[in-house]
Design a protein around this ligand. Structure first.
Ligand code: 6V0
Length: 337
């Protein structure tokens, strides 16, 4: 019969040099729920990888989501999209993003999800390691800090290759609210929330700046009524915002999608940008007492975590960070892994 491919490409293939030697890049997303799909679609819009693999426990939903994304091919940078309940499909991934797991019901805390998600991770992480032994693991399921520790333990990977999305999302919520308050662009607001992704997170007030202007000292110098109260309200709003969105729409998806795709970009494209993400924190900022993952401003690149920046913390901030570490360690110690 007629080989359409040959007919179509006959005249073109001879005039082009052999295809480039550019490395094939691949990301796998485990769990195609609200969060996994928001991440997957944002990655696609960025043309970040050559191949995107999706895995979920529900084959029909998985196939439906794969087809729905594939049907957008005419509007997107070219990306091969594959999906299976079998982990062979993830083979050779540069980055594996895990979003599988139970999510919070309205009013439920993140820590409450631990037992069911722990059992799930015992099934997922060894499979990812088997098919992509050189990959970087990026953990999103909650409670994200403890599950990042779990993934590190189960994978046997070095600490620099296991990262939790951590307070990257909290920090972007923080930047939005500060920007909204000051009527500036959120991209010009530098502000970090560190520690646990959740109720004990720590806002680093002393390092907030807008367009290079340190906010706190500026306000003090200008003798503008000190806005500490407003700022504290903003942090409280950040902590409550996930609960609020969940009670309103049932889950969160768009902001976590963009925030994780942004991390994936920094890693795959070796951007060496600094993100507040969950990393092996033992030894930093006086955190001791055990191997604990929590968010610190970390530099990310092609080999994962390149380092942790030395932000100046006030004594109060250091104390809060240690308390946050203790909250996570207390949970971890009950895991028995
Ligand atoms: P969802 O919409 O219920 O999706 C979860 C998906 O996981 C479903 O499609 C399930 O079929 C799938 N799944 C269940 N078990 C397995 C398994 N063993 N293997 C593969 N897939 C499986 O939940 P949603 O997408 O809303 O949330 C996913 C997780 O992300 C939850 O744990 C959330 O708490 C967490 N989030 C973390 C955030 C962060 O900032 N780190 C932010 C938002 C949500």
């Amino acid at each position: 019969g007629l080989d359409l491919t040959q007919v179509f490409f006959k005249s073109i293939s001879n005039t082009h040099p052999p295809s480039s030697t550019k490395r094939h890049t691949k990301i796998s997303v485990i769990g195609v729920g609200n969060v996994g799909m928001a991440i997957a679609q944002t990655i696609l819009t960025q043309g970040l990888v050559d191949e995107l693999a999706l895995v979920d426990a529900k084959p029909e939903k998985l196939r439906g989501e794969m087809m729905d994304l594939q049907h957008a091919a005419a509007f997107l940078p070219r990306t091969k999209i594959v999906a299976s309940v079998n982990y062979t499909v993830t083979s050779g991934s540069d980055l594996c993003i895990v979003t599988a797991g139970a999510r919070q019901n309205p009013g439920e805390s993140r820590l409450n999800l631990l037992q069911s998600n722990l059992a799930m991770y015992k099934g997922i992480v060894p499979e990812l390691v088997k098919y992509s032994p050189e990959s970087i693991l990026l953990i999103v399921s909650n409670p994200v800090d403890v599950l990042t520790y779990v993934a590190w333990k189960l994978s046997g990977f070095p600490g620099n290759r296991v990262i939790g999305s951590g307070t990257n999302l909290d920090s972007s919520r923080f930047r939005f609210l500060i920007a909204d308050h000051l009527d500036v662009n959120a991209q010009d607001v530098q502000a970090y929330i560190v520690g646990e992704h959740g109720d004990s997170s720590v806002a680093l007030w002393s390092s907030i700046s807008v367009g290079g202007v340190p906010v706190l000292s500026f306000l003090e110098r200008q003798q503008i009524a000190f806005e500490k109260e407003t700022l504290e309200k903003i942090h409280k709003q950040v902590v409550e915002s996930a609960y609020e969105v969940i009670s309103l729409k049932g889950y969160t998806s768009w902001a976590i999608g963009y925030s994780v795709a942004n991390l994936a970009f920094s890693i795959i494209r070796d951007q060496r940008r600094i993100h507040p993400v969950s990393v092996l924190a033992k030894g930093f900022y006086g955190i001791d007492g055990g191997d604990v993952f929590l968010s610190l401003p970390a530099q990310l690149g092609r080999s994962g975590v390149l380092g942790v920046t030395n932000v100046h913390l006030t004594d109060e901030e250091i104390q809060q960070l240690r308390n946050s570490a203790k909250t996570i360690l207390d949970v971890q110690n009950q895991l028995g892994i």
